[in-house]
Design a protein around this ligand. Structure first.
Ligand SMILES: *Cc1c(COP(=O)(O)O)cnc(C)c1O
Length: 241
């Protein structure tokens, strides 16, 4: 039938467009939040690494305000180009070399990838140049591979202590990436337990940055407060590595 055919066709093109994918993810987040019996939805950070500034402009027009970037100077250039956009919060989510730390501290609002005390120390000298402190997540490494970003569960509290004492950082909570060889449910359970320990020591640091395109429902169930979602919204990254 003509009508059915039309509906199918428009449904398909909706999902294939940026606005369609975004609408679907927003809906999935809403449903997972309800299914988890939670009152508040986590904050959606759209991960725009490798994509041009124009994509961020489009997302902004669709109502998004939180964007995640993982590489300097790509991130710096986009922040500069999009300076005029209203109300944007820039989240840095990638590994940071100490020698780049001060440059990154000039333009980000939140860093999710604070993974070592040396990085906390490298950021400190920028305190006088900023009006507001940088929101900071201590990144937890859920693998046994030290090459991955993040600190071990044993050292998480020490790292949090350093962040808490930093003149330029405000400790917000813990961030983690689920390993490939573990179910996201188990991985995010571990994050939730680490987060509870952190909160016992630092009552304000209750936030949990976890959940990506493939596992955000499990993260919502385990109390994620910030989702970092890229490809499910943006489509494939142009230069994915
Ligand atoms: C790229 C990236 C994401 C987003 O991953 P998708 O699978 O595209 O949703 C989230 N967090 C970090 C740290 C990333 O580097």
């Amino acid at each position: 039938m003509g009508t059915t055919h039309h509906d199918e066709a428009s449904g398909r093109s909706e999902v294939d467009s940026l606005s369609g994918r975004l609408a679907r993810i927003r809906n999935d987040i809403r449903e997972a939040t309800r299914a988890a019996g939670r009152m508040n939805e986590p904050e959606l950070i759209v991960v725009t690494k490798f994509h041009p500034a124009s994509l961020i402009r489009d997302l902004h027009e669709l109502g998004e305000r939180n964007f995640g970037e993982s590489r300097h100077p790509e991130a710096r250039d986009k922040v500069a180009e999009l300076e005029a956009l209203d109300g944007v919060t820039w989240h840095f989510i990638g590994q940071i070399q100490s020698k780049k730390a001060r440059q990154i501290a000039r333009y980000v609002d939140v860093i999710h990838s604070i993974d070592r005390i040396a990085l906390v120390d490298a950021l400190a000298p920028l305190a006088d140049e900023r009006e507001n402190p940088i929101g900071a997540f201590a990144q937890l490494n859920l693998t046994s591979d030290d090459g991955r970003g993040g600190t071990s569960e044993d050292e998480l509290l020490q790292l949090a202590e350093a962040i808490n004492e930093s003149p330029i950082l405000t400790l917000r909570g813990v961030m983690a990436i689920a390993p490939l060889d573990e179910s996201p449910e188990r991985a995010f359970d571990r994050v939730a337990r680490a987060s509870e320990r952190l909160e016992t020591r630092f009552p304000g640091a209750s936030e949990r940055s976890m959940g990506m395109s493939g596992d955000f429902q499990a993260a919502i169930e385990r109390g994620a407060t910030h989702l970092r979602i890229g490809t499910a919204i943006t489509g494939k990254r142009p230069l994915a590595t």
